[in-house]
Design a protein around this ligand. Structure first.
Ligand SMILES: Cc1cc2nc3c(=O)[nH]c(=O)nc-3n(C[C@H](O)[C@H](O)[C@H](O)COP(=O)(O)OP(=O)(O)OC[C@H]3O[C@@H](n4cnc5c(N)ncnc54)[C@H](O)[C@@H]3O)c2cc1C
Length: 504
């Protein structure tokens, strides 16, 4: 069940509804669903249970799933199992497995089911496939089309024109293996004559290509010809590959809810691809039925249209096993990829009034949009208000991205202050970006409280945005006696003066 039914008001009171809720911002249908739920509807007769998915690093953790749970209750629906939730910052699969045990028992007692009925309740992994659903995708080979295939009409073919490493490989005591990854500066030429425009702070969407090695391995495993073109016809959905894999002994133990076995199993079959290659005798149709369609990934644009009207620049952190970031890492200059400019939320742009002060906060590749901000301020050239950039990385010798460009921006007066926190440099005054903000309290607090500064936060959500918010709240609290610091900042957020663009 996703938000589609709720969004389209397709709630049927004669049915049991199970909502596995993702955060509100993850799904446009969820926004419609929220609007619909706020209305007056009679949901008597509807029975439901809600399991919320999220990450406790988000400040809005479980707000939306709880809202769904409470509104359904308020509208007269009957809650048949208590609200449950999973935390992606911990063991979300484990949370769901634990919730299921409670869920099935609640269902059993609610519907007066016997013990046999309960035992036959399927585990979501390795669900048995009813005979009539056996072919969930039909593969039909067709002639090679004359026009080149493209992922969607909204994404155009564009050429990669620059791709270089930004990290310096130095041995730093205490720096773990994850730090030895890669961060790429990428430039992509916009289609000639397309009149594609972008604003600083906008996103660029990239359609990833799977690695040729992975594609070759799967093709060899299922005996598919890589030059063949086929069309797909979806039948009823089910996961055949996992069912076949489910016939192994390891899967049997997983089915029995053996948590150690589950962990060991997940370590071996980390990706769907691993499961496919381990499953005996799978067909192409089964592989396609078991894999989710590829989706494009978003990246913050790190350039300004005024200075680079024919290209977009990206700053991409390579994720081990990541499909898109590894694609961008290996793509060579001249490679043609599919992409599109996607507008960011209105407030994540430079204010029209150039004299308004700016406070920009980023960690890691969260620096990207601020490179665009700096470039746009330079290009606009007008007398501009103060601009402070707070940036968090690991070590000055390793990942202090675009150090030369940003230092030059300070020298030119485009940036009033550049405050960098180094988490792995014992000599650094600030460890994380919120510490650098704290150290600049005498600048930041008056900018926020008296000078109407706009505050932008960008980066992977792993704690950073939440920590920045908490730090700022405690900094402003003594100066806003009639409300607490968090309330004050929430007011700024509602006014669009404190904007976050975070992911992860
Ligand atoms: C609005 C927005 C802006 C973004 N801007 C940028 C940007 O400017 N630069 C940038 O580098 N990324 C940015 N991202 C993240 C980017 O879209 C991808 O999520 C990221 O590149 C990983 O994609 P992938 O296909 O390589 O990994 P996937 O194939 O999607 O993921 C593979 C595995 O890695 C895990 N994983 C994914 N991301 C991370 C991570 N960061 N750390 C640890 N594990 C991870 C996943 O859980 C999964 O298990 C942005 C995301 C959003 C939503």
């Amino acid at each position: 069940m996703n938000y589609y039914c709720l969004a389209k008001a397709r709630v049927r009171s004669s049915h049991l509804q199970f909502y596995k809720c993702l955060p509100l911002r993850a799904n446009r249908n969820a926004v419609h669903a929220a609007q619909w739920l706020k209305g007056a509807h009679d949901l008597k007769g509807l029975q439901y249970a809600v399991f919320g998915c999220g990450n406790s690093q988000w400040r809005t953790f479980q707000q939306f799933p709880k809202f769904v749970d409470e509104r359904l209750d308020a509208l007269g629906a009957e809650r048949i199992a208590n609200f449950g939730f999973g935390d992606a910052d911990g063991d979300i699969e484990g949370d769901f497995a634990a919730y299921q045990a409670v869920f099935w028992v609640s269902l059993q007692s609610h519907f007066n089911l016997g013990a046999d009925d309960k035992q036959s309740a399927p585990h979501p992994m390795f669900t048995p496939v009813p005979a009539q659903q056996a072919e969930s995708v039909q593969v039909e080979y067709v002639d090679v089309p004359a026009a080149p295939l493209r992922p969607t009409a909204a994404h155009s073919a564009m050429t990669l024109v620059a791709n270089r490493e930004l990290l310096t490989p130095v041995a730093i005591p205490g720096l773990d293996a994850a730090a030895a990854k890669s961060t790429r500066h990428i430039e992509i030429a916009l289609p000639a004559g397309s009149e594609t425009k972008y604003r600083e702070g906008d996103h660029f969407e990239v359609w990833p290509e799977q690695s040729p090695e992975d594609v070759a391995a799967v093709a060899a495993h299922v005996g598919a010809d890589l030059d063949a073109v086929f069309s797909l016809k979806a039948q009823q959905g089910s996961s055949l590959v996992l069912t076949k894999l489910g016939q192994t002994e390891a899967a049997e133990r997983v089915r029995l809810q053996d948590r150690d076995a589950l962990k060991a199993f997940a370590a071996i079959y980390r990706r769907t691809l691993d499961a496919i290659l381990a499953a005996p005798g799978v067909t192409l149709a089964e592989v396609l039925a078991a894999t989710a369609a590829t989706i494009p990934r978003r990246y913050s644009i790190a350039s300004a249209f005024e200075s680079h009207p024919t290209t977009v620049h990206l700053c991409v952190g390579v994720v081990s096993d990541g499909v898109c970031s590894r694609f961008l890492q290996r793509a060579e200059v001249g490679h043609v990829l599919y992409g599109a400019v996607k507008p960011c939320r209105d407030a994540f742009h430079l204010p029209d009034d150039a004299t308004v002060p700016l406070i920009m906060v980023g960690a890691g590749t969260g620096l990207a949009p601020f490179l665009g901000f700096v470039a746009a301020r330079r290009a606009r050239g007008a007398a501009a208000g103060d601009a402070h950039l707070f940036y968090g990385c690991r070590h000055p010798m390793h990942d202090d991205l675009y150090q030369a460009e940003l230092t030059a921006a300070v020298d030119e007066g485009i940036l009033t202050g550049l405050h960098v926190a180094y988490s792995r440099d014992p000599g650094s005054k600030a460890k994380y970006v919120q510490h650098a903000i704290e150290q600049a309290a005498e600048t930041v607090v008056p900018q926020l409280l008296e000078k109407g500064a706009r505050l932008f936060v960008c980066g992977s959500a792993r704690g950073m945005a939440k920590d920045v918010f908490k730090t700022l709240a405690s900094m402003v609290a003594p100066h806003v006696p009639d409300q607490d610091g968090e309330q004050y900042l929430t007011g700024l957020q509602q006014a669009g003066w404190y904007v976050e663009d975070v992911w992860g």
